[in-house]
Design a protein around this ligand. Structure first.
Ligand SMILES: *Cc1c(COP(=O)(O)O)cnc(C)c1O
Length: 251
């Protein structure tokens, strides 16, 4: 698996330096500030989440020392392992594909499940939640096969299912993963589209849900995502790539 290998060379070859992480996080922060400015937004509207799948439990310490506050984990098992040691040090979101049978293991341990993509999952979360569970609906905007997430046309069914849980499932907004492309500007339409979906549904669903969050943008495309209204960027590779981070793609 790709994630495993990344952890392997990261851990073994260059080690985990919180100084390097801090420096790169600063760079990402500046890029977010510039993108916010270009689009007339306030930088504070954008939260930076670090994808923790690239770090094993030992390496989480470097993230903590680098000042990271918000992390997103992809796997239930790793979440437990990492939280056993660093649970109180971060705000935890779940960003990976979530199987229904794993819901009980993550539900009370994360602030937000960003990857809700079926009615069955909504119902399972409602069944297991002791308190209202904050979630994002994952939308497959581009229609790429092999990507999780619901089609735009199915989003309202999920909102209806969530509204039917008696307040157990609180939809805070939407998440998407853009296709991998050469130039970030080629996926601008994905982010713009998700923002439009949010605008369209926000009015009619405001009695039930706030829908203000847009989790979009990763290492290769976060600047464009911020220009299009992202409120949470999920950053992984750009923090750990060997050498100087590649010059970020022109938008
Ligand atoms: C790994 C991952 C990210 C981070 O991606 P990078 O390209 O490494 O920045 C963001 N979101 C999800 C859901 C991921 O699995």
């Amino acid at each position: 698996m790709r994630h495993r290998e990344a952890v392997g060379w990261w851990g073994n070859v260059i080690g985990v330096s919180s100084d390097l992480l801090r420096e790169r996080l600063h760079g990402v922060g500046e890029e977010i500030a510039r993108a916010s400015e270009r689009s007339g937004r306030r930088t504070e509207e954008v939260k930076l989440l670090v994808a923790s799948k690239y770090y094993d439990a030992d390496q989480m310490k470097a993230l903590k020392e680098a000042g990271v506050k918000l992390v997103g984990e992809n796997r239930a098992e790793e979440l437990s392992e990492k939280q056993a040691r660093f649970g109180a040090d971060f705000e935890w979101h779940f960003i990976g594909h979530l199987q229904r049978r794993k819901v009980k293991d993550v539900i009370s341990h994360v602030e937000n499940i960003q990857s809700v993509d079926s009615i069955r999952l909504v119902k399972e979360i409602a069944k297991r939640a002791e308190n209202p569970a904050k979630v994002l609906l994952q939308v497959n905007v581009s229609g790429e096969e092999a990507k999780y997430g619901v089609a735009e046309a199915e989003v309202e069914e999920l909102l209806e299912a969530a509204a039917g849980t008696g307040g157990k499932v609180d939809v805070a907004g939407f998440m998407t993963i853009a296709p991998a492309v050469e130039r970030a500007s080629d996926v601008r339409y994905v982010f713009a589209r998700l923002r439009e979906v949010r605008e369209r549904l926000r009015q009619s669903w405001s009695p039930h849900f706030d829908l203000s969050e847009l989790s979009m943008g990763m290492s290769s495309d976060y600047a464009v995502a911020v220009e299009e209204g992202s409120t949470i960027v999920r950053i992984g590779r750009v923090l750990i790539e060997e050498g100087e981070p590649a010059v970020r793609r022109r938008t």
